[in-house]
Design a protein around this ligand. Structure first.
Ligand code: GLN
Length: 539
């Protein structure tokens, strides 16, 4: 029977519950255990798919096409736990299920209530991932203890522990121990209050992970343990990491968290930890941060650059490429609208590579097109992702093929040259509703191209999230002018990868390769893009 770990947060939001949960998953996996990760989000949207990246950061896409919270990206970068749409639930989705059941008469005339119906449905969602082959399910509860909207989840996990037995599950609570400059002290009171709030609703934490910017003195840890009724060794510090998020699991391991969990849950099949590759990778990052080490500058030209997490997986993948090349990647975030007003040359001079990520809607598109022109004409390595590929097609059509006002029909319905159009028109099929191409699809790669050099394979799988496509009516014209369609769907009907052999490294993909990169195994296109940027810098 699977054991359960529930990760909750207190004091403030944005403490890094996702990272901590992912780190716990990694530590347990490295002890030979089969882990599953899951996140509950207390908001009313059915999924984050329709939310602006300004609201909630990146929408992370899974193999099965589920549009999920970006914490699932941490789970995948840290662990090998398979993820699917049962790994992220929102209150909206849970209510949708309940209302559908109610409309179908499945409650047989009963009054449908938060307790027991919503809490039962939450417990069902937890059980869904606890399949017989799994040793530990880690469920992260979004939000902060005490939030009104989170309360059904806290109640559900309280009931869950009662049902499966307290020895089969454990509660890990993440809090903040702030440093007060004026007093010159770390303060434990917010942690005490947060645990009081948890206990008020019937949850006694087994472990407290205390985020702190400074070392917490021994007697303060003693105090937290005593006041919160938590074993002294279960008060675990998580000091702000110096160089990288990938240090978190090492610090938690150093503080004995994995052993504590194994013991507390009686995970007798756990073996001793195997962690050399991770430790080596973190040493590598620390080494790269030393003054005088090699670096390379990549400009990311996008529309949501002001939000730290809007392109989370892209930033992470660039870091992974840096790790692969033992070179620090400095990512400069450039607002695409600024390229329109200030100019590409002014903003992009001196960068070693230019990346245009995915996006929706027309704001900033002309800035992206200008940045791509600058990359193409100045032989700067260019990597276009999804909308980045589409903008590269618009740029080439306008500036090389002389097709004035060429555009995507997403931005100009009446363009005389729709080089990017709706995919249903491409496939010559009519579909109603949900026309977004979501999830993993096969892509056939043409030998002898940059894409093939990177992947070393003729068939690859990547995740997608888009509605529009390169327009096949323009393929011939682009090819005659030197474009290569180096990746297509296996039936050849949709363009997946484009490149320009006359340029040192110019490549656009319709997929989102950033969802497949790990710090210990960089996604090949990111690796080669950054490799090309390094080669340019060396010249
Ligand atoms: N807006 C474009 C489309 O729907 C690109 C989407 C993306 O970049 N994810 O096709």
């Amino acid at each position: 029977m699977a054991k359960h770990i529930f990760v909750t947060g207190g004091v403030v939001s944005s403490l890094g519950k996702g990272l901590t949960s992912a780190s716990i998953g990694l530590l347990l996996e490295r002890r030979g255990l089969k882990v599953r990760m899951q996140k509950m989000d207390p908001y009313l949207n059915v999924d984050p798919g329709t939310m602006s990246p300004y609201q909630h950061g990146e929408v992370y896409v899974l193999d099965d096409g589920a549009e999920t919270d970006l914490d699932l990206g941490h789970y995948e970068r840290f662990t090998n736990a398979p993820l699917n749409r049962d790994c992220n639930f929102t209150t909206g989705r849970i209510y949708q299920t309940i209302i559908d059941k109610e409309r179908a008469g499945l409650y047989r005339g009963k009054t449908v209530q938060v307790v027991p119906h919503v809490t039962d449905e939450i417990k069902n969602c937890i059980r869904k991932v606890a399949t017989p082959d799994v040793d530990v399910v880690i469920t992260e509860i979004g939000g902060t203890v005490g939030d009104i909207e989170g309360s059904p989840y806290f109640e559900a996990i309280r009931q869950f522990a009662l049902e499966v037995g307290r020895s089969h599950c454990m509660f890990i609570h993440l809090t903040l121990v702030p440093y007060l400059k004026a007093a010159g002290e770390l303060k434990t009171k917010p942690t005490q209050h947060s645990v009081q709030e948890l206990r008020r609703i019937g949850l006694q934490p087994d472990v407290l992970i205390c985020r702190t910017e400074r070392e917490i003195p021994r007697d303060e840890c003693d105090k937290i343990a005593l006041m919160c009724s938590v074993e002294r060794r279960a008060v675990i510090q998580e000091k702000d990491r110096e160089f990288s998020i990938y240090e978190v699991p090492l610090s938690l391991m150093g503080n004995g968290l994995d052993s504590l969990i194994v013991e507390r849950l009686g995970l007798t099949n756990a073996r001793s930890i195997e962690f050399e590759d991770w430790t080596e990778m973190v040493d590598n990052i620390r080494d790269m941060a030393k003054p005088g080490s090699r670096d390379v500058t990549i400009a990311l030209v996008g529309k949501y650059v002001k939000h730290r997490d809007a392109y989370k997986s892209v930033y992470e993948s660039l870091d992974h490429a840096g790790i692969a090349h033992h070179t620090k990647v400095k990512t400069v975030r450039i607002e695409s609208e600024d390229v329109e007003t200030v100019g590409a040359a002014e903003l992009l001079a001196g960068v070693d590579g230019i990346l245009v990520p995915g996006g929706f809607d027309k704001r900033g598109v002309l800035g992206k097109v200008a940045a791509i022109r600058y990359a193409r004409e100045n032989h700067i390595p260019f990597f276009g992702i999804c909308l980045g590929l589409q903008c590269a097609a618009i740029e080439f059509a306008r500036n090389v093929l002389g097709l004035a006002d060429a555009n995507s029909i997403e931005f100009d319905k009446d363009t005389p040259h729709p080089v990017v159009c709706l995919m249903d028109e491409q496939k010559k099929v009519t579909r109603v509703g949900g026309t977004m191409r979501l999830g993993t699809f096969d892509c056939a790669i043409k030998p002898g191209t940059l894409a093939h050099k990177a992947y070393q394979a003729e068939l690859v799988k990547e995740r997608h999230r888009h509605r529009f496509e390169f327009n096949n009516d323009y393929r011939e014209m682009f090819a005659e002018a030197g474009f290569v369609f180096s990746g297509t769907t296996p039936d050849g009907s949709l363009v997946e990868v484009i490149e320009l052999p006359s340029h040192p490294w110019f490549l656009g993909v319709q997929c989102h390769p950033e969802f497949k990169s790990k710090p210990t195994a960089c996604q090949p296109l990111f690796r080669d893009f950054v490799g090309a940027a390094i080669a340019r810098k060396k010249k």
